[in-house]
Design a protein around this ligand. Structure first.
Ligand code: AP5
Length: 272
């Protein structure tokens, strides 16, 4: 049994799943679910919030600009986001796919991402298909060779539940594990189960900041859902369920997507 599980995990972590975009309001569970996806498929989580917090902690130029904006619960300007996302997506570990957690967050960011993926990721990757037929149809297809379009998973959660998730969130500064005093409390109050570190409350999880983060989501990030819905790329899941149930729904979406659109043998599904 253990051997079977190891084999199935090895299969999942060798598979191309392409870009996975987790879309949802603050507290929807993007970070929590990203970690489950990382464990199962072995692709990296790219959290723009974490990247920005890292810049803030290191006191970089970007960090200094972003710090006050984040503290108010507003979005960092689009132009400041593109550079950090582009350089992260160019790293080698993104080849089989990656999870975008917190990006795109405006319609402009979504348009930028499409252009970036087309120009810098898909068009540049070599065609690894084993069966490259030397006919015209095949040449046309190879323009789209490694194309695996993003799957956009929208996490739907009730507003009151979001407030509980955000006000109750705690995180471990050492291993990054997330807790929630209401839903997933640590075994010992305020201490990480894994390494015993004192758990932290995020600066922007204060009630007055939460309100403006949720408002920013409504006005600036909802149009991102419309953008992907128009492309028929948006798949909504009920994220108002226990973590494991949400994870199972997400794995189902990713598995179906990667079998239909990312399998290098599945030409007909891939070429649109
Ligand atoms: P960011 O760090 O991305 O924060 P966010 O989008 O507000 O999302 P959160 O991290 O708060 O929530 P989450 O959905 O990851 O939920 P989590 O899994 O932690 O962004 C922070 C700031 O950076 C932004 O405000 C902005 O200023 C800036 N920024 C970032 N990206 C940007 C961009 N692209 N453009 C411009 N600015 C940008 O879960 C929350 C809690 O709920 C946890 O305690 C967890 O344990 C619990 N929980 C999770 N799932 C469940 C469940 N199913 N049941 C019960 N509890 C659950």
């Amino acid at each position: 049994m253990a051997k079977e599980t190891a084999v199935s995990t090895a299969n999942e972590t060798a598979r191309n799943i392409g870009p996975v975009i987790l879309l949802g309001p603050p507290g929807a569970g993007k970070g929590t679910q990203s970690k489950q996806i990382v464990d199962r498929y072995g692709v990296p989580q790219i959290s723009t919030g974490d990247l920005l917090r890292d810049h803030v902690a290191r006191g970089t130029e970007l960090g200094l600009e972003a710090k006050a904006i984040m503290a108010r619960g507003e979005l960092v300007p689009d132009g400041l986001m593109y550079g950090i996302v582009a350089s992260r997506l160019r790293e080698a570990d993104c080849q089989r796919g990656f999870i975008l957690d917190g990006f795109p967050r405006t319609a402009a960011q979504a348009g930028w991402l499409d252009a970036f993926l087309k120009k810098e990721i898909f068009d540049k990757r070599p065609d690894k298909r084993p069966d490259k037929r030397p006919d015209k149809r095949s040449e046309e297809k190879s323009d789209d060779s490694a194309k695996c379009p993003p799957v956009v998973i929208q996490l739907l959660v009730d507003y009151t539940q979001l407030l509980l998730r955000l006000t109750g969130r705690r995180s471990c500064p050492t291993c990054g594990r997330l807790y929630n005093i209401h839903f997933q409390p640590p075994l010992v109050d305020e201490l990480c189960d894994v390494d015993g570190s004192k758990l932290l409350i995020r600066d922007d999880d204060r009630e007055e900041v939460i309100t403006s983060r949720l408002a920013a989501y409504e006005t600036q990030t909802r149009p991102v859902a419309d953008y992907y819905r128009a492309q028929r790329r948006l798949i909504a899941v009920n994220a108002d369920r226990p973590v494991d149930e949400v994870t199972a729904q997400i794995f189902g979406v990713i598995d179906r997507h990667s079998q239909n659109e990312c399998d290098p043998m599945n030409d007909e599904a891939r070429i649109k």
